[in-house]
Ligand binder design. Structure first.
Ligand SMILES: [Zn+2]
Length: 376
């Protein structure tokens, strides 16, 4: 869930007002322009652009972002564009830990957990973050691939035609998630500007997120030694409830996807021959899904769809079944499967002598040996 952060920055950690002014100036004076250019490039995720490699848009946005990062001349920063064979590319950057200027603001040691560092005087969460950061690496994550165009754009707006209006930049991908690499570097710059101590920081910007990040884990594996001892991951890819406070996503529901397949028969069997003998694959599927999310009670069932109305109409209007229809069903003694209907939906059972007209003589298909045995 998203939660606004109410705690103030621990006193002495950072001059928050100065950091905000620094980040705002960087954002308005430079990053908005970068994002405007980024929006104009249709760098759709591989799942929405099968020719992404040939089209080159993903490479284009990644190269431009990498060039911008290099131009920032962040002290000690090293950046690399990495491409594993047959996979979407990533940006990887690292900034070594810094002890800052050793002044009164120091709360995190770049060398170790204690080293004489003063504990922050703020809330326990901030203290935790400071301690964690002192002992390990902070990983900043984001992505540069985009969702597809979709529809519903206002007449004067579009996915690849950026427009800045009333302090908001419209277009595809600026907020999800092109801003991530720029915001990461701006944050590091804000620390550097105040010469505040900080732990080692690495950044991983992928280009496969909107397709399910299937390329991310191979990169994590390949870069594991270079990621180091990651103690805190800052994932710059979430939402916010409004524009006023800083929001933090503390948990996500996640997603599990798969294909549920219910197999009953190896070949098609006519409904007139198999109904009641062969279990309903749909019913089995519904029961399996109910184990994950109970679909009862059926309170959402509109009354117009209640089956007893249909059953009454059917009983009144249905002509009497032809004489041939009584033969096989009356001899049937096999097992049946009956749906357990909710009490208020229970229908009177239809006449058992009736068979669908499609099974009239001359249209019948050959029955399986098991079915023939039942009919005898
Ligand atoms: Zn995203």
């Amino acid at each position: 869930m998203n939660a606004p952060i109410h705690r103030e920055m621990p006193e002495g950690t950072l001059d928050a007002a100065a950091a905000l002014a620094h980040a705002s100036a960087k954002w308005d004076g430079d990053i908005v322009r970068q994002l405007t250019d980024y929006i104009a490039i249709p760098a759709k995720s591989p799942g929405f652009d099968k020719d992404w490699a040939a089209n080159g848009h993903i490479d284009n946005v990644l190269r431009r972002a990498a060039q911008w990062v290099e131009e920032q001349k962040v002290e000690g920063l090293k950046l690399e564009l990495i491409r594993l064979e047959g996979r979407t590319p990533v940006i990887f950057f690292e900034v070594p830990a810094s002890a800052g200027d050793g002044g009164s603001r120091q709360t995190m040691s770049a060398a170790g957990p204690s080293q004489g560092a003063k504990a922050p005087s703020g809330g326990s969460e901030a203290h935790e973050v400071a301690s964690v950061g002192a002992q390990g690496t902070v990983l900043m994550y984001g992505h540069m691939d985009k969702q597809p165009e979709f529809t519903g754009w206002r007449k004067d707006l579009g996915p690849w035609t950026p427009k800045y209006e009333d302090g908001k930049l419209y277009g595809r991908g600026g907020a999800d998630d092109g801003y991530a690499v720029y915001a990461s570097i701006a944050a590091v710059q804000a620390l550097k500007a105040q010469k505040v101590a900080h732990p080692r920081i690495v950044g991983l910007i992928e280009t496969c997120e909107e397709s399910g990040s299937y390329d991310l884990m191979p990169y994590i594996d390949a870069l594991r030694p270079r990621l180091g001892d990651v103690a805190l991951v800052i994932c710059l890819d979430s939402g916010a409830g409004n524009y006023d406070p800083l929001w933090l996503t503390t948990s996500l529901r996640g997603m599990a996807s798969g294909t549920l397949k219910v197999e009953i028969l190896t070949e098609g069997v006519h409904s007139g021959d198999a109904s009641g003998l062969v279990p309903s694959s749909f019913r089995i599927m519904r029961q399996l899904l109910d184990r994950l999310e109970d679909s009862k009670p059926a309170a959402c069932c509109p009354t117009a769809f209640i089956a007893r109305c249909l059953a009454n109409v059917w009983r009144k209007r249905r002509p009497p079944p032809p004489s041939w229809a009584t033969r096989s069903t009356s001899a049937f003694r096999g097992p049946t499967t009956t749906a357990a209907a909710p009490p208020r939906l229970r229908c009177p059972p239809p006449p058992t002598r009736c068979r669908p007209s499609s099974t009239a003589p001359g249209r019948r298909r050959s029955a399986s040996p098991a079915l023939r045995a039942f009919r005898r």
